[in-house]
Write a protein that binds this ligand. Structure first.
Ligand code: DGY
Length: 325
């Protein structure tokens, strides 16, 4: 069909996304090994009407400024959109969309997986068995941390942070939270809004659920580790640079904190080599939203966002509504 709009999908995504888009547009999907280069992304953005990217693909100002006049939407496959220069897109009247809600449960669940695994030394136990070492453990080996009845600190109580906190109900925990706004949902659970310092000082577990913005850069730094309990566990399923990774390495080495569960890293996909050597860290490769409901839901929502944007309608998850005004 002549004059169909063009969409470029810059990574491999669940099939449903391309299937939905192909009903309306000419769709090209990046199919080479490894991540797309900045040059190729820029080249594609000069000729298409919409581009689909994800957290691992940076869309900086210079790429946006050299985009073609037909580019109407940058469709992010993910809820966090710090990979995209939204200000530059807004200046060019390009819509930026994301995929909230559909990944909330999967991501909050995964934060619990990391927290439980770090607390009860699951990774270490797994490595021990695989090492083939003789299995003559004593009842004094492999003690982890207790969870039931302990204090849970949640930093950032948007959708994912709230879902994470709600999942603590079976563990009968005391909940402290820190955010810019009070959360009625969490207060109904008996949670208390406290300063970041109080939360760090009092919590046995600290889980991060903030977006990555200038104000959250190194929110957890060397000073934060000084305040935390030596028995505390830090969980990060938000964004790597929210934690000063050098300071985290030092805190884990010196016993300033007891352990960590990480899904994200400051210089992703590069991970501080020291972390690879540490038994008291459980790590995953940014897979918190990797479940069928979540990843397919993200694909559908991304496709719906794209279709709405290219039809000149307001997408369900529009990050920069100013472009419409
Ligand atoms: C998100 O959606 O922001 C997840 O971190 C996956 O990128």
């Amino acid at each position: 069909m002549a004059n169909r709009k063009k969409v470029y999908v810059a990574l491999t995504l669940p099939k449903i996304l391309a299937e939905m888009l192909e009903r309306e547009y000419e769709v090209e999907v990046y199919d080479r090994k490894g991540p797309i280069s900045k040059e190729l992304l820029g080249e594609k953005m000069r000729t298409v009407d919409a581009v689909v990217v994800s957290a691992s693909i940076a869309v900086p100002r210079d790429v946006i400024e050299s985009a073609g006049p037909c580019l109407k939407a940058i469709v992010n496959y993910g809820v966090g959109y710090n990979n995209i220069d939204v200000e530059a897109a807004t200046e060019r009247k390009i819509m930026v969309t994301n995929t909230p809600d559909v990944l909330t449960d999967a991501t909050a669940t995964f934060a619990w997986c990391l927290m439980l695994a770090a607390a009860r030394r699951v990774g270490e136990g797994d490595r021990f068995i695989r090492s083939g070492k003789p299995w003559n453990l004593s009842p004094c080996d492999f003690w982890g941390r207790d969870i039931t009845g302990r204090t849970l600190g949640v930093i950032g109580t948007g959708r994912i942070g709230t879902s994470f906190a709600l999942k603590s109900r079976g563990f009968d925990m005391k909940i402290l939270y820190h955010d810019v706004a009070r959360s009625e949902t969490l207060e109904k659970l008996g949670a208390n809004l406290v300063s970041k310092e109080e939360l760090l000082r009092e919590s046995d577990f600290v889980s991060l659920h903030v977006p990555y913005i200038p104000a959250t850069h190194h929110l957890i730094d060397a000073r934060a580790f000084e305040i935390m309990k030596p028995t505390a566990i830090l969980v990060n399923c938000a964004r790597g640079p929210v934690v000063d990774e050098k300071a985290l390495v030092a805190a884990l080495k010196t016993g300033q904190i007891w352990g960590a569960g990480l899904d994200v890293y400051e210089n992703e996909p590069v991970v501080s080599p020291e972390l690879l050597e540490m038994e008291n860290v459980v790590m995953a490769p940014h897979i918190a939203s990797a479940s069928p409901d979540s990843r397919e839901g993200m694909a559908r929502l991304a496709a719906e966002n794209c279709i709405a944007a290219l039809a000149g309608k307001r997408p369900g998850a529009l990050v920069n509504p100013e472009v419409l005004g």
